[in-house]
Design a protein around this ligand. Structure first.
Ligand code: PSV
Ligand code: MN
Ligand code: MN
Length: 388
């Protein structure tokens, strides 16, 4: 039997990080449907992120993305976050937007471009110093479109050199999370295409280099929970970028496409100790809300992660082990599925009330009038030319 008060205790201390870029106008490369009332500045993105925490109680940090969230004074931005009841989380780098990066950033054949990209990564660590962030998130769009376009091995050498320089620069209590992605924007070969490549670079460098698993960055059918179990066992799972995919890197709301997969992932996290206090596994969202309201989309996503976590915590470990050791395939599977099939929404509603929150965060947010208020302010500002 699973002790539900222990489950509630574990859920109470959950921390899910939301991304600043989810609050602004962003979307697919075909069309961004601009929404009224979205934040005009990094300060306003933090204001919106604070609402997600206010109504869920489990989203106390917000990731920033440089230069999208460039400000003059990052310590002031961190202070603004604290004032709103949240903190700045991971600093995300951006070496994929400038024309200079046509042939790559840190793996570019041109040493001047490589220096520029590395300079940006090192500047991002300065920002971490100012914000007090622990994590630097590194995602590279680097790769090639055509066989023979560039030398695969040499590009690995360039990648290793850049990562070593960033690693060197990390201070105490700082680490980098190295992301991988199968394809896009590079279509023939990506320089960090899978967890194995990220992992190998991290292992060479040391414990401050960790792998981040973006759930949208794998080939269809990939067993992501195996990757999670493996990385945790090796002490190299730095965290997640959660989102859903139906086809490619869709960046849809986590738990929308495949809630069962999310449950299986969270089960391996719990099983591997990744949910223990101070484990260092960062639970981040990396999503875009192109057609749905953004703050509500984030609240819904946070709730989806909570539901999957609750189900994972409800797996009866003793019963599961007993069935596994007895080689009872069907019983073992039944124990697992029992947890997945449990409706955890009443438990979460109860937990929220115990935390002093409304049991239905989406309804409470809608009733709060926050969005109507900021939409009026932000639209008036835009009309008067006071925008960012
Ligand atoms: C691009 O694929 C991407 O979605 C990566 O997952 C990054 O984490 C994110 O953009 C933000 O840079
Ligand atoms: Mn990501
Ligand atoms: Mn992505």
């Amino acid at each position: 039997m699973v002790d539900t008060s222990a489950v509630k205790g574990a859920l109470r201390r959950q921390q899910i990080e939301t991304p600043s870029w989810a609050y602004g106008n962003s979307g697919t490369r075909f069309k961004v449907f601009a929404q009224e009332g979205v934040p005009r500045t990094p300060w306003e993105k933090i204001d919106d992120a604070a609402q997600v925490h206010r109504f869920t109680g489990v989203a106390p940090t917000v990731a920033v993305h440089i230069p999208w969230d460039r400000v003059d004074d990052y310590a002031a931005l961190a202070a603004h976050a604290e004032e709103r009841g949240v903190r700045i989380g991971a600093v995300n780098t951006n070496v994929f937007q400038d024309d200079d990066y046509r042939l790559g950033s840190v793996t570019n054949p041109d040493p001047a471009v490589r220096r520029k990209a590395l300079g940006h990564l090192l500047d991002a660590v300065d920002i971490m110093d100012a914000t007090g962030s622990r994590d630097l998130k590194l995602w590279f769009s680097d790769g090639t479109n055509y066989p023979g376009q560039d030398d695969v091995r040499t590009r690995q050498d360039r990648m290793a050199e850049a990562l070593a320089a960033v690693y060197e620069r990390l201070g105490d209590g700082q680490r980098f999370l190295l992301e991988y992605k199968l394809f896009e924007p590079a279509f023939y070969m990506t320089d960090l295409p899978d967890w194995g490549a990220s992992y190998a670079h991290c292992v060479k460098l040391g414990p401050k280099a960790q792998v981040v698993v973006d759930t949208g960055h794998h080939a269809p059918g990939t067993n992501i929970e195996f990757i999670v179990a493996f990385l945790l066992r090796e002490g190299r799972l730095g965290g997640f970028d959660f989102n859903s995919r139906f086809y490619a890197d869709d960046d849809l709301m986590v738990g929308a496409a495949d809630p069962f997969q999310l449950f299986r992932i969270m089960y391996e996290v719990v099983r591997g100790g990744g949910y223990d206090p101070d484990t260092g596994v960062a639970f981040m969202l990396d999503q875009c809300h192109n057609i749905e309201p953004k703050i509500q989309g984030q609240i819904r996503s946070v709730m989806n992660v909570q539901e999957a976590t609750a189900k994972a915590l409800l797996v009866d470990g003793d019963a599961l082990r007993a069935a596994q050791e007895a080689g009872d395939v069907l019983d073992a599977n039944a124990v697992f599925m029992d947890a997945y099939n449990t409706d955890v929404r009443p438990l979460l509603a109860e937990l929220r009330e115990e935390m002093g929150l409304h049991p239905d965060p989406v309804a409470a947010y809608r009733a709060s009038g926050y969005f109507e208020k900021v939409r009026a302010e932000r639209t008036a500002g835009q009309a008067a030319g006071w925008g960012a």
